[in-house]
Write a protein that binds this ligand. Structure first.
Ligand code: FES
Length: 169
């Protein structure tokens, strides 16, 4: 990108002296370019004494950077003890299965599913977070409606054998 190095340098310089400046810098660069350009990495690594792995972990954690990985939507299912006791990991497998089946019939769904640690809302589990929206006490029916409303509208979790309240494997 023409002129991008100068812009990247200016953004990085404006946060380089801040001990917590890496995340604001990444957000600002992403806001400017819609991604983290490859040419930004050498400067980021040097100015923030970070590793590529550390930066990648940040990029994967925050929804703001999802477009860097081609996923505009990320379904995050709590895999903490409280939620998994209420079936969240089983729900995780089934939601992945539903999306995969949609993809095999050619539906273009830009969504991925991953687990996250305890969100401190154990009493309201299972917890699902989709693009900053938190869904509580997610049952099979609720998950089906969420997927239907947000991404597609025909399949059912029941058809895939989801049993509400069943414990994770
Ligand atoms: S275990 Fe899911 S919120 Fe705590």
């Amino acid at each position: 990108m023409k002129g991008s190095n100068k812009i990247i340098d200016e953004i990085i310089e404006s946060h380089a002296s801040d001990p917590g400046g890496l995340i604001p810098t990444l957000l600002k660069i992403h806001e400017e370019f819609g991604c983290i350009p490859e040419e930004a990495y050498p400067v980021l690594l040097s100015k923030f004494a970070a590793t590529r792995i550390q930066i990648n972990k940040i990029l994967h954690f925050y929804d703001e950077f999802a477009s860097d990985f081609g996923n505009k939507n990320i379904i995050r299912i709590c895999g903490g003890f409280g939620c998994s006791e209420k079936g969240s990991l089983y729900l995780y497998e089934k939601m992945k299965q539903m999306i995969a089946e949609k993809k095999t019939i050619g539906t273009d769904i830009n969504v991925s599913v991953e687990t996250i640690p305890c969100q401190g809302l154990c009493g309201f589990g299972p917890i699902i977070v989709i693009n900053h929206q938190v869904y509580t006490r997610v049952t099979a029916e609720k998950a089906e409606k969420i997927l239907s409303d947000l991404f597609f509208d025909t399949m059912t979790l029941k058809n895939l054998g989801f049993v509400p309240g069943r414990k994770s494997r």
